[in-house]
Ligand binder design. Structure first.
Ligand SMILES: Cc1ncc(COP(=O)(O)O)c(C=O)c1O
Length: 364
């Protein structure tokens, strides 16, 4: 009998959000009428500049992709050298590459309770073990994570802001933590939602790997740039670390159109600004409504909010009415959902549908 490596048998795969077509078919709904708020995508669609660039690039699809221009652009924008960059097929690919480069059978990795689920998948895939540190008020407890460090700890994973909780760690606390972690232990700082922070809230963490060579910063084009479907993520690492990871990386994992789109999206400042501002306004609006109606939520710095629905039947009711959100049972947060910030009218519809459902769930 064919059998996998023992640890693959116990691997819990990543659960992606339900797609529109599946919900439409299951509930007899028109796909156009469905409001999809379950995968933290950009509700405004892709960066228009990215779409235009892909149109022109189509005719070169017979060539293998060339990442030179994208790498150069990233390096200019971030103020880092080209040899400190790693491109991935989405940032999930980078997470997987880091695990495959630095973790093996007897190694341990530290993750926070409620941290982004892909870290666990990547850790388990290579047969390493994870030390899950209880969260503090739904966020990473850096003090406890520091105390969990052991000789066999090879990689520590931090998402800032975190998905699905939206919690944020101050840069001063992060830097303090980094200086206390042994230099032979990699610290992954996953900043998928970095661009949603107010410019005044952001710190130029892209420069950290030059200062702290055991730090790897991960970012993505899937969120504010609106090209989740094209799969482009990147990491910034000290050149000797980037070189190790790039050894493991398969050639051509970023397709030609995706690379061209990412370059254009990076320069589409108007779209980035509009996306950030709308997200901040709409997130505030939703949080105000939740507060007004006594619905618990975790204050978020991302393009989503995690809130308490009290009864998981509320999730099913939303789904039947064509509003797809993310249940969080697999994160150990049953009775909670994560809702992505959508377009203003989508958010209004979500709130207007949610409030009576939660009110009656609370009365039960
Ligand atoms: C914290 C975090 N990291 C990484 C990812 C992966 O994104 P992608 O692979 O689309 O770049 C996500 C996606 O939701 C995320 O929330």
């Amino acid at each position: 009998m064919i059998s996998p490596k023992p640890y693959i048998k116990t691997l819990a795969p990543y659960q992606p959000g339900l797609p529109i077509e599946v919900v439409a078919r299951s509930y007899g709904l028109q796909p156009d009428a469905i409001i999809k708020l379950n995968s933290n995508e950009n509700p405004h669609g892709p960066s228009p500049a990215a779409v235009e660039a892909m149109r022109h690039a189509l005719q070169n699809s017979h060539r293998y992709p060339d990442t030179f221009s994208l790498t150069r652009l990233l390096s200019e924008q971030l103020g880092v050298s080209g040899d400190s960059l790693i491109l991935g097929n989405g940032s999930n690919d980078i997470i997987d590459l880091i695990a495959r480069t630095f973790l093996g059978n007897n190694d341990e990795s530290i993750v926070s309770q409620y941290a982004f689920a892909m870290y666990e998948v990547a850790i388990q895939t290579v047969g390493a073990s994870s030390h899950i540190v209880p969260a503090n008020n739904y966020g990473h407890d850096l003090e406890a994570m520091k105390n969990a460090l052991a000789a066999k700890t090879k990689v520590v994973w931090i998402a800032n802001p975190n998905n699905p909780t939206g919690t944020f760690i101050s840069y001063a606390d992060l830097e303090n933590f980094i200086t206390q972690v042994p230099k032979n232990c990699i610290i992954v700082l996953d900043e998928a939602y970095y661009e949603y922070l107010e410019p005044s809230e952001r710190h130029n963490t892209a420069l950290w790997p030059a200062k702290y060579p055991n730090v790897i910063i991960i970012r993505t084009f899937s969120k504010i740039h609106g090209i989740a479907g094209l799969r482009v993520g990147y990491a910034i690492a000290a050149p000797h670390i980037a070189e190790l990871i790039n050894r493991v990386r398969l050639p051509f994992t970023n397709n030609h159109l995706a690379v061209v789109a990412a370059s254009a999206a990076l320069l589409d400042h108007k779209f980035i600004e509009m996306s950030r501002k709308t997200n901040a306004n709409e997130r505030r609006k939703i949080e105000q409504q939740l507060t007004l109606h006594g619905i618990d939520f975790i204050p978020s710095k991302g393009n989503f909010i995690t809130l308490r629905i009290s009864d998981s039947a509320v999730y099913d009711s939303l789904l039947r009415q064509g509003i797809i959100v993310r249940p969080l049972d697999n994160y150990g947060l049953s009775g909670w959902i994560r809702v992505s910030i959508g377009l203003p009218q989508e958010n209004d519809c979500f709130i207007n549908t949610l409030i009576p459902l939660v009110s009656s769930a609370k009365k039960k």
